[in-house]
Write a protein that binds this ligand. Structure first.
Ligand SMILES: [Zn+2]
Length: 457
């Protein structure tokens, strides 16, 4: 590959962008909601449209892959460079549900406003794999990219990729590659490209406190028998410190890493704009660390369910039993079993009034911490720096993304480059999801360069 041809491909890609964004409007108009069984036909319609566009782009053996009881995947490959590396590009064409009442404009109508295009799926992830398809088409107009390319698009990502592992087993040739580019991740800003290198894990705990055989009148027995409702509040309060951090689970971090993410942390103002934090309420105090450390690389505890009565069921009773469901985001590398043992011991210490306590681990999934070193990542760094005029920044994800774990587990020796077209204002899964068009353009150009630099592996 010469520099000249990459530059030419970048120019071709630029010219293809307006048409690609019109096509994005067609994609967004199909409510491919994998979560809604009634929308199965729409997910399949979207699969057929994606297959048509892969074919039109010049990919060969394009097919809609099926498995029993699963929504389909779409694959296609172009293997015109024998001896060159093969790059697999992953994306997903299903979408999260969208409630029109919460949106400024209809969620399934791609609508421009300022620099952004608003629609469910615009960035997550229709725009993601489209940015790759534009790059591929640009190279095809010059006779083909300097690498072999496979596309693999999933139809069940938004429900946790329940069959992706089975697809990997049933269609191994569709996944065969030397390097994988997984396009469903975020950039730290619209100017700064991101490479995702860690995920947090997840531990779910159910806590039950018991005191009585049945409900009793709080006026008659209050003062004589213990109240499990108050008891569970004391336990939950004791698991976090005054700054809202889980007690005793702090994970040491590399000072050099802290330095590298110093400029990425959201301010309180960003939290107001992007997370809906109310005026007058501050964000959690980050102390002497970058706030993103608390979001990506430290554990965090959330109470996601209790059996406390709702306000519609107010009554003067002491409850016999109260349950709480705790969700603990784990730092990458933290062992779910070890964290459970730590929290179990702490809960036992905190249970007040001699209440009977049952502490159950519901499920535990480890996070993912990735070194992201070697020639493929150096190639990605060169490509992104060229398109953005800025270095690629290594970021984390606070959540757990099953498809990433599946790729990491099934292809441990294959470099995984995790990128995408999302930015902090994208609102993926939320109302008014949007794609930042100038960012999309830069990602397209970076993807063009990436197909070039990966040929040098
Ligand atoms: Zn997604």
């Amino acid at each position: 590959m010469t520099d000249v041809s990459a530059q030419e491909a970048a120019e071709r890609a630029e010219a293809l962008i307006p048409e690609a964004l019109r096509r994005l409007a067609d994609y967004a108009a199909i409510p491919a909601l994998s979560r809604d069984p009634q929308r199965g036909p729409d997910v399949r319609r979207m699969a057929a449209v994606a297959a048509d566009d892969l074919r039109a782009a010049g990919l060969e053996d394009v097919a809609v892959l099926e498995l029993p009881n699963a929504l389909p995947c779409v694959k296609g490959s172009w293997l015109g460079r024998p001896g060159a590396p093969t790059v697999l590009i992953y994306g997903h064409f299903d979408q999260q549900p969208a409630d029109p009442a919460e949106w400024t404009t209809p969620p399934h109508t791609l609508t421009p406003r300022g620099d952004r295009l608003y629609a469910r799926g615009a960035a997550d992830d229709l725009g993601g794999w489209l940015s790759q398809l534009v790059a591929f088409r640009a190279w095809m107009s010059l006779g083909g990219p300097p690498v072999n390319v496979r596309f693999l698009l999933e139809g069940e990502e938004e429900i946790g990729s329940p069959h992706l592992g089975e697809f990997m087993e049933a269609y191994p040739e569709a996944f065969a590659a030397d390097v994988m580019v997984l396009t469903d991740c975020e950039n730290p800003s619209t100017d700064t490209p991101g490479l995702t290198v860690s995920l947090r894990g997840l531990l779910d705990i159910e806590l039950t406190l018991r005191a009585l055989r049945g409900k009793v009148h709080s006026g008659l027995w209050g003062g004589a028998v213990p109240d499990p409702a108050v008891g569970i509040c004391k336990v939950l309060a004791g698991l976090v410190d005054d700054r809202g951090r889980v007690v005793g689970l702090d994970v040491p971090q590399d000072p050099a890493w802290r330095q590298s993410v110093a400029g990425l942390s959201p301010s309180d103002e960003d939290l107001r704009r992007n997370a809906g934090l109310l005026p007058g309420v501050p964000g959690l105090e980050p102390g002497d660390r970058p706030r993103v450390e608390w979001m990506w690389r430290q554990p965090h505890l959330t109470v996601i369910g209790t059996s406390l009565p709702g306000l519609a069921d107010v009554a003067n009773v002491i409850l016999p039993t109260v349950k709480a469901h705790l969700s603990v985001r784990l730092a990458p590398g933290q062992d779910p079993d070890a964290v459970f043992e730590h929290l179990r011991a702490r809960i036992v210490d905190l249970v007040p009034f001699g209440l009977d306590a049952e502490i159950k681990k519901v499920r535990g999934t480890a996070g993912w911490a990735y070194a992201a070193q070697g020639p493929a990542f150096e190639a990605a760094e060169r490509a992104y720096a060229r398109a953005f005029g800025r270095d690629l920044v290594r970021i984390g994800v606070g959540g757990s993304i099953p498809f990433i774990t599946l790729f990491a587990d099934n292809f441990p020796d294959t470099p995984l480059i995790l990128n995408g077209v999302m930015d902090p204002q994208t609102s993926a899964h939320g109302p008014d999801e949007s794609l930042h068009v100038p960012l999309f353009r830069k990602v397209v150009l970076a993807n063009v360069h990436l197909l070039g630099t990966l040929s040098e592996l």
